[in-house]
Design a protein around this ligand. Sequence first.
Ligand code: TXA
Ligand code: MG
Length: 310
Amino acid sequence: MKSDQSNIKKAVKYLNRDMCIGIPTETVYGLAGNAYSGKAVKKIFRLKKRPISNPLIVHYPNIKFLKKDCMINQNFLRLYKKFCPGPITFVLKLKKKSKISKIVTNNKKTLAIRFPKHKILKKLLSKLDFPLAAPSANISTRVSAVKSSDVKEDFGKKIKFVLEGGQSKIGLESTIIDLTKTPKILRLGGLEVSKIFKILNCKIKININPKIKKAPGQSNLHYSPGIPLRMNIEKPKKNEAYIVLKKKKTSQSNYFYLSKNNNLYEAAKNLYLTLRKIKKKGYKSIAVAKIPNFGIGQSINDRLKRASRF
Ligand code: TXA
Ligand code: MG
């Protein structure tokens, strides 16, 4: 579309000037800046109120570009062939000659990278001569953004531009796998871990709640709607918002359903939107009915659990 083209042009202009902008991805919206520019990356941390110790994900258009900055290995190639572009982030070793700003990684020797699938973002990446550092476009610890209006709600006039890309199709952040040693899942997310296990013929650890926190998605206070949330509830309290997977016949005004027909992918897509909606309506607490704990349901439950630690 013509408007997409002119929006992409604007995005290129801002990014080339070391500014931060909102970008759409298939998982959630990101707050993006030039990953080679310390100036741009510092702005991301400041805007998000994110501790400098918490490294960012860098988004690449293709493997050729990635090879300038990171070392790749067999496990990476296997997963890349099957799932990229898509909702999976890899932690890889940085090359010595990499141009990635040291602020992105907080001086670490590893880098989290991904190849997003969103068409408009792919187009934007193909027009840049740097990759994009982009954490989720929300204030630290809060619910991620899945629409351009969510990004504007969180950052207001603090950012000049959000690239319009419609509602994120997946609605949960990418699954993170560390491939620097024995493969290790660091965050559950948009790609089911069972699919990853099938491709890698080796043992994989799941380390989503480590003592030493490696990923912020692992921190206790995260994905919080800003009001208390209780899980696995059969009957909500009178004035509580009640989230259910499927619309009930006996729905009341405080009932919010995630899917029309029990579909867990649809539920994932609607989760953050629903949490934001409930908060805006002025509810003081949320109860959530049981969500099946398999496939993408595992990732939904992971986010709810963290949100419930508010
Ligand atoms: O779907 C997504 O991944 C979204 C979209 C915008 O791409 N991005 C996202 O970024 O969720 P963020 O910053 O909210 O989460 C990045 C995660 C954090 O948990 C961070 O600790 C982890 O990636 N991470 C980044 N670099 C790492 C590294 N070198 N080793 C281990 N974990 C790392
Ligand atoms: Mg985040």
